[in-house]
Ligand binder design. Structure first.
Ligand code: UDP
Length: 474
């Protein structure tokens, strides 16, 4: 009988990293393996409500976040809470400072295998010292990694798409950071990537050549979980669903810029005017983490809001039942899968890209920082299931760039109309989105590429390790 593997997962402190890694852990637990997520108190809150208390295969080990050492207020442990570069640097510093506590924990309770996020570049030294096999988790696209490398030098850039962004000015410090992340795969036993073979088949070989290790494509993890366990990390009770359910099929534009990006007041204002002018219905998620103060009076809140929302905008759209604004966290996967959603105006985070593929929803791309620009090219030029907002802005290193050029209402209106008005172009893009959706669901079905890869990976791991647990699969 197969024995259960004892697997430790260490997600990086960002929504776009925690969510797909917890999905992967839930998947492994659903196959009967003993999984433990090592994380800090606030990061555990991102997923703890979605975990079944009765699940004897899924465990969470809480470590302290080194708040004092990095100078962050207690409770700020994730890039979800960040609203400036300084906070990002402090969170990254904390990611390095947790090494001794994790090492001590693993020394006392060694796992069969350790799966840290790629950001934990120290994990190579730790697992080497303890003699524990290690797989790296990469939550972003293979295409993007190939592009970053292509900007430096590539032996054989036969893929035309690799040259797409060659004239983009990448900040050298950014390239250095990503090189250290790529190098974090040194001496690992492979890299697990949140993608699926049929989506990135042209780049997979090149990626493996660049990193020098086997890539295990086990995604989209959100779909793997939906298919295997039947739920996703979302709350379907949210008030937005009564709004969506009153709408016709494919008639609502979903607007969200992910978990980290903070748009300026001016940019939010232009988005409001742009969607208003387009005449289309919308569901708009706005993260106002830097605007909310506990001690704000109602008047102060209203004053604050007038900086980014045209006067009377919300009341008018609600009265006309044309739009809804969610100020805070939204159940994105469930929203995208609602039949009324006909398009997604997105920052192009890799999770957003995979989630919209899973739902067969075409997109409008408005990248904000980092890999978003590469994902935009992948979506619009390589895979053809989206349209760009023109003058989408220059490449930014950070989501908090105060000098970021504001994208005009006219550009936003034009792109919304291009996707939502109908016509031949929209039909073509929509059918491409549906085709990719089919491929993604095939990949996660029994016998599909991602399911098969997961099975092969587990079979591959067994002989690599001396099983610490004698537990049979649960
Ligand atoms: N997300 C969500 N609700 C929100 C904002 C984000 O559920 O209101 C989730 C989204 O579904 C995705 C993740 O947060 O899984 C964001 O990751 P992504 O790679 O799209 O973007 P990032 O936030 O890293 O830019």
């Amino acid at each position: 009988m197969s024995k259960a593997l004892k697997i430790y997962f260490l997600p990086f402190f960002a929504g776009g990293h925690v969510i797909p890694m917890v999905n992967l852990a839930r998947l492994m637990a659903s196959k009967g393996h003993q999984v433990t997520i090592i994380t800090t108190p606030s990061n555990a809150k991102i997923f703890d409500k979605t975990i079944d208390d009765e699940d004897t295969c899924f465990h969470v080990h809480i470590i302290k976040f080194p708040s004092n050492q990095v100078g962050l207020p207690v409770g700020v442990e994730n890039l979800l809470e960040a609203y400036d570069d300084q906070t990002v640097r402090q969170v990254l510093m904390a990611a390095n400072l947790i090494q001794p506590e994790i090492e001590a924990f693993m020394k006392l309770n060694p796992p069969d295998i350790f799966i840290p996020d790629m950001v934990f570049t120290w994990s190579e030294a730790t697992t080497k010292t303890l003699g524990i096999p290690r797989l790296i988790f990469n939550p972003i696209s293979i295409f993007y990694f190939c592009m970053i490398k292509a900007n430096k030098s590539i032996d054989d850039p036969k893929e035309e798409a690799l040259l797409l962004l060659n004239d983009t000015k990448l900040d050298p410090s950014y390239v250095r950071f990503y090189e250290s992340v790529v190098n974090s795969a040194n001496n690992c036993d492979g890299v697990i990537v949140n993608t699926f073979l049929e989506l990135e088949v042209e780049y997979t070989q090149l990626y493996e050549k660049l990193i020098g290790y086997k890539a295990w494509l086990i995604g989209p993890t959100s779909l793997m979980v939906q298919k295997t366990i039947g739920t996703c990390m979302n709350n379907d009770e949210h008030e937005c669903f009564s709004f969506l359910s009153s709408k016709e099929q494919n008639s609502v534009l979903y607007i969200s810029f992910g978990s980290m990006s903070l748009l300026s007041d001016e940019q939010l204002f232009e988005i409001a005017r742009g969607i208003e002018a387009s005449g289309h219905q919308f569901l708009w998620v706005v993260h106002i983490k830097n605007k909310r103060r506990d001690d704000n009076t109602k008047e102060q809140e209203e004053e604050e809001e007038l900086k980014w929302l045209p006067k009377g905008f919300e009341e008018k759209t609600m009265k006309e039942k044309r739009g809804l604004i969610i100020k805070g966290w939204a159940p994105q996967v469930s929203i995208l899968n609602h039949s009324s959603i006909g398009g997604f105006l997105t920052q192009c985070g890799w999770n957003a890209a995979l989630e919209t593929i899973g739902a067969g929803v075409p997109v409008i791309t408005m990248p904000i920082f980092s890999d978003h620009y590469f994902n935009e090219k992948f979506i619009t030029e390589v895979q053809g299931f989206g349209v760009e907002v023109e003058e989408g802005g220059e490449w930014s290193l950070t989501p908090y760039d105060p000098n970021k050029k504001v994208v005009s209402r006219e550009s936003i209106e034009k792109a919304v109309k291009r996707l939502m008005d109908g016509g031949e172009e929209r039909m073509k893009i929509r059918s491409q989105a549906k085709e990719l959706q089919e491929k993604a669901w095939k990949a996660v079905e029994e016998g599909g590429s991602s399911q098969n890869t997961l099975t092969i990976l587990i079979n591959h791991l067994h002989p690599l390790i001396l099983l610490t647990s004698e537990t049979p699969l649960c």
